[in-house]
Design a binder for this molecule. Sequence first.
Ligand code: ACO
Length: 343
Amino acid sequence: MNDTAADLRFVPLDAGDPATLDAWLRLTLDSAEDVPLSAAPPCAADLTGSVRFAPPGTALAGELALLGGQAVGALRLVFPDGAPVAVVDQLLTAPKERRQGIGTALFRRARALAAEHGRTRLVFDVVQALPGGPARDEGPAAFATALGASPAGSHEGVHQWLDLGAHDPLADGAPAVPAGYRLQRWGTITPDAFAIAVSELERSLGESPPETWGEGPGAIATSHVRRFERMRVGRGRRAYHVGAVHEETGRLAGFTSASKTTGNPEHLLQGMTVVAAAHRGHGLGLVLKLANLAHVREYEPRVRLIETANADSNRPMIALNEAMGFVPQERFVSWEAPVAPAV
Ligand code: ACO
């Protein structure tokens, strides 16, 4: 280890320590163009809220690396309940401080924290350029390789962005709603009537551990969707939904979700779209997404750039997005490293 790394001091990111949080925010915002996986710039309200509000079924740990009192690096790990992994959510060296071993020290610290939480593997996504697509920094993959990590082959996919200034998928109007269904809008908070149905549709995609659904008395209050909403609201996010109700049964056949941070009026994140297996084949996915885009634009007229991410295994959704005018921008590839490095 060189002298810089040896002189580092790690302090926890703690909601009760505003000075450290401010330094972390400044470092993260100042380094914005280097942070992978993000079409929208980081939002201060979202970042601050994320320290208090972890996604359901996870715990978070964050640390700031200080050198002579200056913030030079940051590390955030996500610990999914009951899983053997720690997910590296942020591992960042201040742009002016790179190639002095700080990233290596952060990675070593990540391994130590993961071991303290009983995890055996560190996992993280690395962004790559698409053939013919915009250039992407190859440094993160070189760094990860140098630290003994390798592609995990577990999940890979594509980030797609839709620039409404270049293509408006609603220019010719919205497609007709298939016979036998009606559309229902809601905002950040899912109505009680749909809370369990939305949670179960998410469970059908395997997006959350099975213990988070909420069954029996108090099912709605403890449902996955209510837990997710608490995080969203705590991070200052606004969400927009459209669901498709099957008129004969009154059941929710599918829904789509889009959300915004408070700090980026032009950016929208297209989140989950799911249609129950029994209701597929009617074109509901596209109907829902376009109806929700119209919904968003009524309340967020400045939205211009929509980002979304899909695993390669979800070819139908990638194709649907392309039909809407989304353009693939970059690939994400999962990498992993053992928590105990080979000696
Ligand atoms: N190009 C090629 N190799 C690199 C690069 C690069 N840009 N950066 C690091 N390396 C390799 C080198 O082998 C380097 O050793 P050397 O300098 O003796 O040649 C080795 O990694 C260790 O580098 P450090 O100095 O410890 O790393 P640094 O402090 O520069 O931080 C980091 C690297 C974290 C990737 C930094 O560039 C950064 O913050 N980038 C933006 C955020 C990011 O992409 N983070 C994700 C990293 S992947 C992960 O999460 C594990």
